[in-house]
Design a protein around this ligand. Sequence first.
Ligand code: GLC
Length: 754
Amino acid sequence: MQVEILGSVTEFKQQNGTLTIKTAEAEARVYLYSPTIIRINISKKHSEADTSFAVIQQLLTDFKLDESATTIEINTSALKLRINKSPLRFNFYTADSKPLSEDDERFGTNWQNERVITYRKLYADEKFIGLGEKTGNLNRRGTVYTNWNTDAVDYTLYSDPLYKTFPFFIGLHSGLTYGLFFDNTHKSYFDFGATTDEQMSWFGADGGDMNYYFFGAQGVAKIIEDYTWLTGRMEMPPLWSLGYQQCRWSYMSAKEVLDIAKTFRKKKIPADVMYCDIDYMEGFKIFTWNKKTFPDPKSMMDELKSMGFRLVTIVDPGIKIEEDYQQYNEGLANDYFAKYPNGENYTGYVWPGRCHFPDFFRQDVREWWGAAFTALTDAGVDGFWNDMNEPAAWGQNMPWIVKFGDKYMPEVRNAYGMEMARATYDGTRKILGNKRPFVLTRAAYSGTQRYAAVWTGDNTGTDEHMLLGQRLVNSLGITGLSFTGVDIGGFSGDPTPELMVRWNSLGTYTPMFRNHAIKGSKMREPWQWDKANEQIIKKDIEQRYKLLPYIYSSFYQSHTTGLPISRTLAIYKPFDELIYDTRFQNQFMFGDALLVAPVESTKTTTDVYLPKGNWYRLSSNEKYKGGKTVNVPSPLTDLPVFAKAGAIIPMQSVTQSTADSGDGILQIHIWNGKEANEFVYYEDDGLSYDYENGAFYKRTIRFNPIKKTVSLSAVEGTFSSRFHKVKFVLHGFDRVKLKNVLLDLKDGEMEVIF
Ligand code: GLC
């Protein structure tokens, strides 16, 4: 094996927004995307097509160079890239020349055959966060990871890789932040200072280009904003998908699905979504219904809808090899399946037995797949769960000689799931017209937030998995995935009743709130856990529905800025050492206002770290001074959740589903604080794309403790709120004139003095 390390610059030129630099080994291209985003692409053989699954923005066509005998510099208002000419190395600084990230002078970027790696200098206090769905600690310093989308069935607390690939991380040191997105779909590797005697961090891939985007904005939130500007942000989700979701592998018939839905209504436990796992199909054939057990999908759907329920059905990529099966015949006739280089279709085993796999990298295949969803939408389904799309086949990795599009499996495997989700999203969006589809996917690559929500696959019913799941959700939020969830209760194994209760409480504060379990496990619906537990579970689900105005507004914030709903405290207080402490690293902000401390089901008291400032226990309004660790009660009836001083949280009364119009009162809850605060309240019809054309209802809620006012700005947008009254509810105030005021909700500016 030969090692080739980038040597000295032989020539360079700048043209059409591209700085091209040659050495004997390779050619580097440098592009500017914004004053805080610079792309470097180093390759031995650039592909002129230069495509990306992730990136949706264009480069800037003009930037200035400053050249000296030894360096070439690009200086923006925020960032300095200093390129050393001999040898060629790329070093990033703040505009005032503080180092952010520098190549290792000795090794920089280099190749060992096709494998390309970049070695970087490691700073003494450097921390790393990111990579999305990865096990381990919030601070990834001292660990190594591989990206290779895998059907990680029964994964453990330390398994790597899992289902998804997000080669994006944020580095923090010396009070500074930077981000780096290595846009390469080959199997890739990240070493955060684990193996080099604290000298270097490094990243690379088995093939392709050293193609990365460097983010120089200051602040973790700012970097996430830039990263999601580059790779896209989520659309507004259908409101119903934010309600409680009941799933299980082995709801075996329409009758069973309906019975469960009816039980929710009978017991007045709010819920919005039922799921059908693979058992609704005929022999696990995608786009079919089992005629015996689901004889009339349309009437089942009508009945579900009349109860205010939606249905999400699963689809897997594997198309069963069986004569007279429409998808098989069409796929064969039109050559839509992944192939060996001699033109034979690849065959692998999944649930249906022998299968072929759609080549989702082709536009015509995506269109064909997308159009087939009428088999589900005709009945009234509008949620689509994309599973097994790593792609999974028994025996795991497909042969490396299988071709997708014009590439071989190892080159694009990590984007297969994303392309399936894209095909599902594009197809169902077209079929459903102006209605928002809900798409859920297990495998993903950077940018998947444009098409789908994700969940963290086949976890296990233990306390440790519950806490790990929270870290996965928090970390997915760093990489642009805001709409995320875990199987509540754990997919495999049987959780204790205590764990089920606790996990459900945490579900209230998870972007996607879905209860799911493996076939053969004990039944998991809220009423399977004895009367007392059922009441706790019900109360927590009710809490979710009360918070929906806040949650939906937080999704709007994510749609416009990329900030996640569940936010690791590293977004809020990146340089506060204690938030990385393994005792507190699972804590997170749920939106702007709430701090949630996940805690094992076995603990009735727990230590919580409250960052600087004042906090109020949500359940009791008890006040805590932050900047320290506090020991608080954590009985199963009361997950530790705290409102930040000054918090503004719009809420509503309990409804039985998002289809239930409720009592028409918008409650604006404020917790006392010394500083003024504001919150953007957002509402639309929750179903259509009309919000893209102005049919939304948006206003800023302001709290001013000096003037003692709470105000609502005049309404922006053409949508009429479903609320007609507003109630202001003040917490933690002594001696105020008004604690609860009920007023008509007017469109113009409103203000109350308390
Ligand atoms: C996979 C999925 C799981 C699903 C099962 C059956 O294991 O991860 O959620 O229930 O397949 O379809």
